[in-house]
Design a binder for this molecule. Structure first.
Ligand SMILES: *Cc1c(COP(=O)(O)O)cnc(C)c1O
Length: 362
């Protein structure tokens, strides 16, 4: 038996043990080929099946209608911050951005290199501790698209409703909550997500793009940075991150086997409820930092009465095999990241630890 700690890291993050075990085997030998998944050609039949099965499973899990392409590429979600405006923000045009945290701010910074950015809603005035009402966000006439970040990994806020943008394409950075609940993917023209939070290892980014949106993309940009290149070539224009795609495929199969998005949602709700109850029940020693109604199920930040106590908490939690609870360096405090693959037993262990720690130090 391998020893596994409870890993609360925000990304790279916990993956299902059975996925890791299968990946470990395939890293030595795959499909009886006498080669590993890391060694076979990305143009081989065996890899093509891995890729096509993965795409089909993504479509099935999300209930995607016809007319969407699912692509896998390198560069992380951070490259998408630039690729989206490079492809879809025409010279002299504008795009709407909803600013709900550090990742949105970084996306805005890149978009400004290409055109005008209208920040149509922001929660920066209260340190991103709440969310603007998505239904009340205006859409700028003529905007090329509206960009939103569904889950704010650092601040711990999450949208469970999206703006109704009418005919204006809606683009979403779903890096930290993709496939964690059952949402209507057909509302989006483009979704991107770095895999390393909810759906796989670092090194691959999933992009889901509607083909009619693709048809409007700028053609005068580098070949590799065109979504159309990736979509037209089934992510095989060049050598894709094949090993990472393989693991994303295993995670998709694991999700299907475990009840799909509805089951993920129920499990994620139960885990988040348990942890928020531990925080609220432990007040005033513990303090949640996010307004009720905006709280994320994926990343749950909380504070203790002092930074000294926070440091002690993180250290003692680590000694108790509760690892990765330090808040993002930009905000401090504690943060528990509990994505799809994180087990409820780990959340219970943290809740128990919190109770004990408050008793001893409160
Ligand atoms: C982690 C994260 C990113 C950055 O992802 P990289 O793959 O490291 O570039 C972007 N957006 C959100 C919401 C994230 O959580």
């Amino acid at each position: 038996m391998v020893k596994r700690v409870f890993n609360f890291n925000p990304g790279p993050a916990t993956l299902p043990l059975e996925v890791l075990e299968e990946a470990a085997k395939a890293t030595v030998e795959f499909n009886g080929l006498g080669m590993s998944i890391l060694e076979i050609s990305h143009r081989s039949k065996d890899f093509e099946k891995v890729l096509n099965d993965c795409v089909a499973d993504v479509k099935e899990l999300l209930g995607l209608p016809d007319g969407y392409s699912v692509c896998f590429m390198g560069g992380g979600a951070s490259t998408q911050f630039a690729m989206v405006p490079m492809n879809f923000l025409p010279a002299g045009g504008s795009a709407d951005y909803i600013n709900t945290g550090e990742w949105s701010s970084k996306a805005i910074k890149e978009a400004k290199l290409f055109g005008t950015v209208n920040v149509t809603a922001s929660s920066e005035d209260k340190k991103f501790s709440y969310l603007p009402d998505p239904k009340a966000v205006p859409v700028t006439p003529g905007a090329a698209y509206v960009h939103i970040t569904s889950n704010n990994t650092i601040y711990g806020t999450e949208f469970f409703a999206f703006p109704d943008t009418g005919a204006t394409p809606l683009v979403c950075d779903m890096s930290s909550d993709i496939m964690s609940w059952k949402f209507d993917a057909s509302k989006f023209a483009l979704i991107y997500a770095g895999a390393q939070k909810n759906i796989g290892p670092a090194g691959v980014t999933m992009v889901i793009v509607r083909q009619d949106f693709l048809a409007k993309a700028n053609d005068k940009i580098p070949t590799m940075l065109k979504y159309k290149t990736q979509a037209d070539n089934n992510s095989l224009y060049n050598t894709p991150p094949a090993g990472a795609i393989f693991i994303v495929g295993l995670v998709m199969k694991w999700m299907k086997k475990n009840g799909g998005l509805a089951a993920m949602e129920a499990k994620n709700k139960a885990k988040a409820d348990l942890l928020y109850a531990a925080i609220d029940g432990g007040a005033p020693f513990y303090r949640g930092t996010v307004e009720q109604g905006a709280r994320s199920r994926m990343n749950i930040p909380f504070r203790l009465p002092s930074e000294e106590l926070e440091e002690k908490f993180i250290k003692e939690a680590k000694a108790a095999d509760l690892v990765g609870l330090k808040g993002h360096r930009s905000v401090g405090g504690c943060r528990a990241s509990i994505y799809n693959a994180f087990p409820i037993e780990g959340v219970q262990a943290l809740a128990d630890f919190m109770k004990e720690f408050a008793k001893k130090n409160g």
